[in-house]
Write a protein that binds this ligand. Structure first.
Ligand code: FAD
Length: 458
């Protein structure tokens, strides 16, 4: 962007404090957690926006996008920047649109649907929902920082998914309002099935400005850690609880040794050499769970009522993709994959992986519910990285033996594994962003006819 354009954008926004040019802040707000991947680290280091704009209302975004469309300026939306495959890193400069100041929870409807702006932090929404007798159906382990808009744009599920499926399932996302990137940017409401045009599209086909998110009745939760001598016994027990319809659970996570040794603040609950299971379970079932764990040969090393996100320890801080973070702190050669095992043959798939790759892949399982209601062992295995070729060999082998992989080492919607076969995200991009100015480069199958001044979309 040239100085004249920067000046014009400043006068458009009218409040210079919300057009950030300070190089350090621009750099910080151009990054996310892409460095989780040694492959993406090489590709995305040094990619920066030219300026950061912090809108307050949708009409301001419309004004800005009208200007950017006319001047061929790329716009990359940003929530809290906790995405871990470079979703929010601008590849072609331009504007980083930081939505963090659009952070109003408008209302919680009587039927348990939250209406909010995109910059609301998920943790704040969870706290507000609980005051009204509701809670989030699912959330990432980054709940305290991550925004609702960023979760819809780049996330998939997390704590709660074992009971309620992922974000895309069971009509959890009821409606999304977006601003389009057209000569006259429109506000378009997507309801029902149409939300899938926008979900997990990485901000490539509209800027989310308002969200209707279905909640679930609040439960009094407890946390519990159980240790098992053998991974196989822990897997059997965790599967029984995860798939058992009578158990009211929010989290069922299994870590084989040595993963628990990476969790330095909670070493007192991690006996040497043992596999651990972390549960969030209804407090009314805690005693029953502990008894069942003992019957299965497990030892309860920690348990207690969960007071909320201020819990110490907060077990979710060690689960989902936080596990990878703890592993990387122990040795920065660790990275990860995102997998789905076949519930009917998971034990055999795990055996084959161990035989082929030994301790290069450490099993970290996250039980999840699919859209058809079946609970299956998902996984975010911790991988000891040597070369990109070896990483790809692991991914190929997983796919050969029927393990589904969402590859977190690629930087486009299609490669990441959540792309929809019906192409609705791409079709929406063609309608709403014909020049390819929204987060350019991230939807690999999109080709614009126009190659613009600052942006090449081919
Ligand atoms: P950002 O990173 O800012 O943005 C994510 C994507 O959404 C980007 O492509 C961005 O352009 C787009 N976007 C942001 N706001 C908008 C908007 N208003 N309109 C349109 N597009 C927008 N993810 C999970 O799903 N589950 C997990 O359990 C999980 N655990 C994690 C643990 C760690 C330690 C880390 C680092 C990441 C984890 N993630 C997880 C990834 C990430 O934290 C979540 O997906 C989170 O919800 C992203 O929210 P954010 O506000 O940080 O989004």
């Amino acid at each position: 962007m040239n100085p004249k354009q920067i000046d014009e954008i400043r006068s458009l926004i009218g409040d210079p404090s919300r057009v950030i040019l300070n190089p350090q802040s621009v750099e910080q707000l151009s990054r996310d957690f892409y460095w989780y991947s040694p492959v993406l680290r090489k590709r995305l280091d040094g990619k920066l926006g030219d300026a950061v704009v912090q809108p307050l209302v949708a009409s301001e975004i419309q004004k800005l996008l009208r200007y950017c469309y006319a001047n061929n300026i790329a716009v990359t939306a940003r929530g809290a920047g906790t995405g871990n495959y470079g979703q929010a890193v601008p590849l072609e400069g331009g504007i980083v649109l930081d939505l963090s100041r659009m952070d109003r929870i408008e209302k919680i409807l009587p039927d348990g649907v939250a209406v909010c702006q995109p910059g609301v932090r998920l943790g704040d929404l969870e706290n507000e929902a609980r005051k009204a007798g509701w809670e989030l159906r699912c959330y990432p382990s980054t709940i305290i920082k991550a925004s609702v808009g960023g979760f819809l744009g780049g996330g998939s599920g997390g704590i709660g998914t074992v009971a309620h499926g992922g974000l895309r399932d069971f009509q959890t996302v009821r409606a999304i309002e977006v601003v389009t990137m057209e000569p006259e940017p429109r506000l378009v409401l997507h309801e029902g099935e149409a939300v899938h045009e926008i979900l997990h599209a990485w901000g490539t086909n509209g800027i989310i400005t308002r969200i209707w998110l279905a909640l679930t009745p609040a439960v009094q939760w407890s946390q519990c850690i159980v240790a098992f001598g053998a991974f196989a016994d822990a897997f059997d027990f965790s599967e029984k609880i995860a798939a058992g319809p009578a158990w009211i659970k929010r989290l069922v996570t299994v870590f084989e040794w040595p993963i628990p040794s990476f969790f330095t603040p909670i070493q007192q609950y991690a006996p040497e050499g043992k596999t651990l299971i972390f549960f969030m379970i209804a407090s009314s079932q805690l005693a029953e769970l502990e008894a069942a764990a003992r019957d299965a040969g497990g030892v309860v090393t920690q348990s207690g009522v969960y007071p909320g996100l201020n819990a110490r320890p907060l077990l979710s801080d060690y689960t989902w993709n936080h596990t990878t973070l703890w592993a990387m702190r122990s040795d920065d050669a660790y990275t990860y994959l995102q997998c789905g095992f076949d519930p009917d043959i998971a034990r055999d798939q795990l055996r084959q992986l161990r035989e082929r790759f030994g301790q290069e892949i450490l099993f970290h399982m996250e039980f999840m519910k699919r859209g058809d209601g079946r609970v299956f062992p998902g996984a975010i295995p911790v991988v000891y990285y040597t070369t990109e070729e070896r990483l790809n060999e692991m991914i190929d082998f997983c796919r050969e033996i029927g393990v589904w992989v969402a590859n977190p080492h690629v930087n486009n919607v299609e490669g990441g594994g959540r792309y929809r076969a019906d192409n609705v995200q791409l079709l929406a991009k063609r309608r709403y962003d014909p020049k390819g100015l929204l987060n350019p480069g991230k939807m690999a199958t999109f080709h614009s006819e126009s190659t613009t001044a600052g942006v090449t979309t081919k």
